[in-house]
Write a protein of this length. Structure first.
Ligand SMILES: [Zn+2]
Length: 119
C-alpha cells in the first residue's frame, strides 16, 4: 500500500484508519467529491511526497505521505480538471458575448440605442 499516513479533520476517523478502501487522492473520502484540491506538496523521503489536500465541497482537510506515482496521478487529474474548467469558461464567455452581440444588434435595429447612449 502506498499510504503511510492520512488524516482528516472531521474527527470521524483516526489517522490511518481509511485503509485500503481509501479512494484515489483526487476524490474526497468523506463526501466522494471529485474536486479535491492540492494545497501543498513537498518531497518527504525517497519515494514519498507529503501532500495537503482540501475538499471544496465539505471542507475536509487531509494530509499524508504518498508515493510519487500516486501524487503524479493526482497532478494529472488536477491539470485535466483545470483544462476542463478553462474550456467551460471559454465556452461560457463565447456564449455570453454572442448573446450580448445579438441583444445589441436587436436594440440597434429597433432604434432603442442612439449616439447619445455613448456620450
Ligand atoms: Zn468532501
Amino acid at each position: 500500500m502506498s499510504e503511510r499516513r492520512f488524516a482528516g479533520d472531521t474527527g470521524s476517523e483516526r489517522p490511518g484508519s481509511v485503509g485500503s478502501e481509501r479512494p484515489p487522492l483526487w476524490r474526497c473520502p468523506h463526501c466522494r467529491s471529485p474536486f479535491v484540491q492540492l494545497i501543498r506538496a513537498e518531497r518527504s523521503e525517497d519515494e514519498f511526497i507529503s501532500v495537503e489536500l482540501i475538499c471544496p465541497e465539505c471542507l475536509t482537510w487531509m494530509a499524508g505521505d504518498f508515493e510519487t506515482d500516486e501524487v503524479a496521478r493526482l497532478m494529472r487529474e488536477v491539470r485535466s480538471g483545470k483544462a476542463e474548467l478553462k474550456k467551460a469558461y471559454e465556452n461560457l464567455v463565447e456564449s455570453n458575448m454572442a448573446q450580448m452581440a445579438s441583444t445589441f444588434t436587436d436594440a440597434l435595429e429597433r432604434g432603442l440605442i442612439g449616439p447619445d447612449d455613448f456620450s
